[in-house]
Design a protein around this ligand. Structure first.
Ligand SMILES: NC(=O)c1ccc[n+]([C@@H]2O[C@H](COP(=O)([O-])OP(=O)(O)OC[C@H]3O[C@@H](n4cnc5c(N)ncnc54)[C@H](OP(=O)(O)O)[C@@H]3O)[C@@H](O)[C@H]2O)c1
Length: 261
């Protein structure tokens, strides 16, 4: 039980990858709080984990005052917050840069970037008071080098990486550390619709040297590792878990020369 009686808050933790992360923290002895915009999902989460130490809030991460109330209630109930997982995130409709609508750009930046900052500030000030805290932000591999069609998303995810750097410089002295995880394409969560079509699974698998998408279990295991004491010296850093995809071009010169023989 790596997280016995540790208090963990996961933004957007009632659905998708966040819920899988919540389930594993509970299995490892943690008290888990989550939030989300969808009231039905919040209710389902409460029902699924009834009898376990959970708190679920129908609060949007872009609502600063709402997040302040959520953080206050978590600390009121359990006396502290040890770990914050910044998981809430949305992706923009996949279109070229010249066709991105202003409202789509604003929405992605509001949720992925501003929302993460709001969670960090509202929960983080309580960590500072306690002189103890660990923050893990879920970024994305596409935040490292950009990707066609994903401009708002890539900017928002890239910003989380530098946010972690700055925060490590500022908050380490208070006993609060942070790191960022940059996963590749995961077989679940926001890709649930895509992966029902085998053609997409094949396409995304071919983009990675490892030859397959990342499983939800692999993602969860990495998040818990980064939140754990085993990873405490990883601070301000972004860890990539993308099966070797970063910088990879499936058609290499080596293969091309081979074909030309
Ligand atoms: N799946 C992947 O391949 C992949 C790869 C790299 C990184 N990621 C990152 O992993 C994180 C989780 O993604 P996922 O795949 O699990 O996506 P998902 O299934 O769409 O889940 C997103 C979660 O974020 C919550 N959320 C969205 N906007 C919110 C808001 N304004 N306030 C509060 N909660 C909000 C959603 O709940 P509500 O809709 O109820 O608000 C939901 O619980 C995201 O940050 C994503 O960018 C995913």
């Amino acid at each position: 039980m790596r997280f016995k009686e540790q208090v963990v808050f996961i933004t957007g933790g009632a659905k998708g990858l966040g819920k899988a992360i919540a389930k594993e923290f509970l299995a490892e002895g943690a008290y888990v709080g989550v939030n989300g915009r969808n009231a039905e999902a919040i209710k389902r989460f409460e029902e699924e984990f009834k009898g376990q130490p959970v708190l679920a809030f129908n609060t949007d991460v872009t609502d600063y005052e709402g997040m302040e109330r959520v953080a206050a209630k978590v600390v009121e109930k359990w006396g502290k917050v040890d770990i914050l997982i910044n998981n809430a995130g949305v992706v923009n409709p996949l279109v070229p840069l010249e066709k991105i609508k202003k409202e789509d750009f604003d929405k992605v930046i509001d949720i992925n970037l501003k929302g993460t900052f709001y969670a960090i500030q509202t929960f983080g000030k309580r960590m500072i008071e306690a002189r103890n805290g660990r923050i893990v932000s879920i970024s994305s591999q596409v935040g490292l080098f950009g990707e066609k069609g994903f401009l708002p998303y890539t900017i928002s995810k890239s910003a989380l990486m530098v946010m972690a750097r700055s925060l490590a410089y500022e908050w380490s002295k208070y006993g609060v550390t942070i790191c960022t995880l940059a996963p590749g394409f995961i077989k679940g969560g926001m890709n649930e619709g895509l992966i029902r079509k085998e053609v997409f699974v094949e396409f995304l698998s071919k983009k990675t040297p490892i030859g397959r998408m990342c499983t939800v279990e692999e993602l969860v295991s990495c998040v818990l590792f980064l939140a754990s004491k085993d990873a405490q010296y990883i601070n301000g850093e972004t860890i990539t878990m993308d099966g070797g995809m970063t910088g990879y071009t499936p058609d290499s010169l080596l293969d091309f020369i081979g074909k030309g023989k």
